[in-house]
Design a protein around this ligand. Structure first.
Ligand code: GKR
Ligand code: MG
Length: 431
C-alpha cells in the first residue's frame, strides 16, 4: 500500500531551555533561551520533528505557515518556499537590524522566513524518512561519511548566572582568563573527546584573548584552534591578532564586520577567514567571493533555508574554492541530528563543525545525542533517528507559558544588565 503523505496536523511548541552564562560581545546568555519545536503529522499517523529559533518574531511567522501546510504533501519540500512567500511578515520588525543575541549578521524578513522554513523542512524530511523507511541523509542523496566531527565550542563564562536570577546550575565552572579557558577545553576533551577548539571572543580586550589562544596552543599542541570575536575588531586590530596568532590558528572567524572590512583583513592577514556573519545568504556570496573576503563559509541550515539549501551552499563554495563548515547557535538534539545528517552528505567538509549542544543540559529527546572522540555517528534509522520525549517537551513548554515574557526573546544585552546595569551593547568595532 502506498503511504499517504498528506499533512493532517502540525503542532508548534515553544519552549524555554536552560542555558549557562556564556559571554559574547553583546552580553551574556539568558538563563533560559527560547526554541520552537515543530511536529508534522501525516494522514497515516507518521510524525516528523523539526526545531528552530523560538523568539516571538519566529513564532508569529510559524503560526500562519503551519496553517498553510495542512493538506500539502510532506514530500513537497520546494513548496515550503512557496508557502514562505505567501506568509506575510512585517519587514519593519527586522529589516536592517543586526540580530541581537543571534550574532548572525544583518537580519532581514527573508532570513526570518528561511529560518522558519528550515524547521518545517527538517520536520517534513523526518516524517518522509519514517514513512519510506529511509534515514534523512539518504533523502539528501546519501552519506559520504559515517560520523561527523565537531569542535569544542569554548566560551568565556561566569560560574553562575547573577545571584537571585532563577537558573539551572551547571558544573562547567568559570572561564574568564587563559587558565579558565584551558580548563574548560580539558573538560570538553574529557567529556566528549573533541580535538579541535573554537573560542568565542570579542569579550575581553584582544591581548587577553590572544593569551587564551596561546595557552590553548601550549596545552594542545598541533590541534586546530579558532577565535571568533563576532566582528568586534577593527581592521587594524584584526591584522594585529592575525599576525600574533597566525602560526597556531586554523582560521580566524569574523574578526571584523562587513565584506569590505573582511576583504581588507583577508588580503593581508596570512590566516584564512571564516564567517557566519559576512556571508549569511546566497545574495551576499558574489561580492564576498569576488573580493576574497572569506575562505571558509560556516553554513547553518537554520538560516540558509534548510538542509537542501546547505547542500546548495556547499556546492557554490566548492565551485569557488571556498571551504565550508558549520556554524551553531544554541540548539537541541533535533537540530544536532539534522546538522549531522546534512554534514554527512557534504563531500568537502574539511573543518570540524560547531555545536552548542554540550552547553544544553536539557533536551526534548528520549536519548541525548552522544559525541564520541568528538564525533557524532550518522544515524541510519528512518528519519532523523531521534524520538521526542513528550514529558520533557511539556515541562519545557510549561516553563515558556509561565514566563512573564522577559525570556521569550533572546536578549544577551538585557541579561548582562542584570549584573551590570550600565551595560550597553558595544558599538562596533569595539577594539
Ligand atoms: O551563542 O553567544 C553565542 C554565539 O555568539 C552565537 O550567538 C553566534 O551566533 O556562535 C555563533 C557564532 O559563531 O558567531
Ligand atoms: Mg561565528
Amino acid at each position: 500500500m502506498t503511504a499517504d503523505l498528506t499533512i493532517t496536523a502540525v503542532h508548534l511548541t515553544p519552549i524555554l531551555v536552560a542555558d549557562p552564562p556564556l559571554l559574547n560581545t553583546q552580553g551574556v546568555h539568558q538563563p533560559y533561551t527560547p526554541r520552537l519545536i515543530i511536529e508534522v503529522e501525516t494522514a497515516d499517523g507518521v510524525t516528523g520533528v523539526g526545531e528552530t529559533y523560538g523568539d516571538a518574531k519566529y513564532l508569529e511567522l510559524a503560526q500562519p505557515f503551519a496553517e498553510k501546510l495542512m493538506g500539502r504533501q510532506i514530500s513537497d519540500l520546494n513548496g515550503l518556499f512557496t508557502v514562505a512567500d505567501e506568509v506575510a511578515v512585517d519587514d519593519s520588525r527586522v529589516s536592517g537590524r543586526v540580530d541581537v543575541g543571534g550574532l548572525r549578521g544583518v537580519q532581514t524578513a527573508d532570513k526570518l522566513r528561511l529560518s522558519v522554513v528550515s524547521g518545517f523542512e527538517v520536520a517534513c524530511l523526518d516524517a518522509l524518512g519514517k514513512a519510506l523507511g529511509l534515514p534523512v541523509h539518504a533523502l539528501l542523496g546519501g552519506k559520504v561519511r559515517d560520523s561527523v566531527e565537531y569542535s569544542a565550542y569554548l566560551f568565556y563564562k561566569w560560574a553562575a548566572h547573577p545571584e537571585g536570577v532563577p537558573a539551572e546550575p551547571d558544573d562547567w565552572g568559570a572561564a574568564v582568563d587563559p587558565a579558565g579557558v584551558v580548563a574548560q577545553a580539558r573538560a570538553f576533551t574529557e567529556r566528549y573527546g573533541f580535538t579541535s577548539f573554537k573560542l568565542k571572543g570579542g569579550v575581553f580586550p584582544p591581548d587577553e584573548e590572544i593569551a587564551a589562544i596561546r595557552a590553548l596552543a601550549e596545552a594542545f599542541p598541533g590541534h586546530p584552534l579558532r577565535l571568533d570575536p563576532n566582528g568586534a575588531w577593527s581592521v587594524e586590530t584584526s591584522l594585529r591578532v592575525a599576525a600574533e596568532l597566525g602560526d597556531v590558528l586554523e582560521y580566524l572567524e569574523d574578526p571584523a564586520l562587513g565584506t569590505p572590512a573582511m576583504a581588507e583583513v583577508a588580503a593581508k592577514a596570512g590566516v584564512p577567514l571564516a564567517t557566519n556573519m559576512c556571508v549569511t545568504t546566497f545574495g551576499e556570496i558574489p561580492e564576498a567571493f569576488a573580493k576574497g573576503a572569506v575562505q571558509v563559509v560556516l553554513s547553518d541550515h537554520h538560516y540558509w533555508g534548510g538542509l537542501r539549501a546547505t547542500q546548495q551552499l556547499a556546492a557554490v563554495c566548492r565551485t569557488f574554492g571556498v571551504g565550508v563548515s558549520m556554524h551553531s547557535n544554541t540548539h537541541l538534539g533535533i537540530s544536532l541530528a539534522a546538522m549531522t545528517h546534512v554534514a554527512a552528505t557534504v563531500p568537502d567538509l574539511h573543518h570540524a563543525c560547531d555545536s552548542h549542544y554540550p552547553w544544553q543540559s536539557e533536551d526534548v529527546l528520549t536519548e541525548r545525542i552522544v559525541f564520541e572522540g568528538g564525533r557524532v555517528t550518522v544515524s541510519d534509522a528512518p528519519g532523523l533517528g531521534v524520538e521526542l520525549d513528550r514529558d520533557r517537551l511539556a515541562f519545557l513548554h510549561r516553563r515558556w507559558l509561565d514566563d512573564d515574557g522577559t525570556l521569550r526573546d533572546r536578549d544577551d544585552a538585557a541579561a548582562m544588565r542584570v549584573a551590570h546595569p550600565d551595560w550597553v551593547t558595544p558599538s562596533v568595532p569595539r577594539w
